[in-house]
Ligand binder design. Structure first.
Ligand code: IMP
Length: 194
């Protein structure tokens, strides 16, 4: 298809990029930050996922003046009043480290029977000089220990609702059917199809 819109995907996370390419690749021609030669880290100075997602998209749009898609995601744990939330990536401090983040969360929830949590993602689309945001949520629980080796981030300890396995025990195709990111991308695709 020649009329596929081109989008720069404003993430340096190779896993996120792959998930987005898998779900959106048929509808859009995607370019990574590496493709356009952007090598800096984009500062995440916002107080919400919405703000950080917007900052990422704006930073890249201002520089390249091309349509941009960005993603900011967080894990919201009920018993922790929604933490780590916007600080999910640096929960155990900087520099960001998935293993230390998981260790900290498992410690916080030690002996805790209420383990409800949700992943939330906010996509920002800069498209034809307009800004649109799309939210995706998957509810679930935090496992008592790591299970599985697929995926990234907190996948080894997140069990989505109505499932027995963690995201890290699932094939990527199974995760992609139900994940927060795929739910937000579904909304975005509906928008682009209009
Ligand atoms: P950010 O959106 O890149 O700021 O990432 C926020 C945090 O959430 C990071 O620690 C990621 O590893 C984590 N994260 C985002 N999406 C997922 C996911 O699909 N699975 C597991 N962890 C995720």
């Amino acid at each position: 298809m020649n009329d596929k819109p081109t989008l720069i995907v404003a993430t340096n996370n190779a896993h996120k990029l792959l998930e987005i390419e898998t779900l959106l690749g048929d509808y859009c021609s995607l370019r990574s930050l590496q493709d356009v030669g952007y090598t800096n880290d984009i500062p995440e100075t916002g107080e919400t996922l919405e703000e950080n997602s917007l900052i990422k998209a704006e930073t890249i749009f201002r520089k390249y003046k091309l349509n941009v898609l960005s993603d900011d995601s967080g894990l919201e744990v009920e018993i922790l009043d929604g933490d780590p939330g916007v600080d999910t990536a640096i929960y155990a401090g900087e520099p960001r480290n998935d293993e230390r983040n998981i260790d900290k969360l498992l410690k916080e929830l030690d002996n805790q029977s209420v383990r409800n949590a949700r992943f939330r993602t906010v996509l920002t689309l800069y498209f034809n000089n307009e800004v649109h945001q799309f939210e995706g949520i998957v509810e679930g629980i935090i496992a008592s220990e790591r299970r599985g080796s697929n995926g990234f981030g907190y996948d080894p300890i997140f069990i989505p609702e109505n499932h027995k396995h963690t995201f890290a025990e699932m094939e990527s195709s199974e995760k992609n059917k139900i994940s927060h990111r795929s739910r937000a991308l579904d909304k975005l695709m509906q928008f682009l199809k209009k």
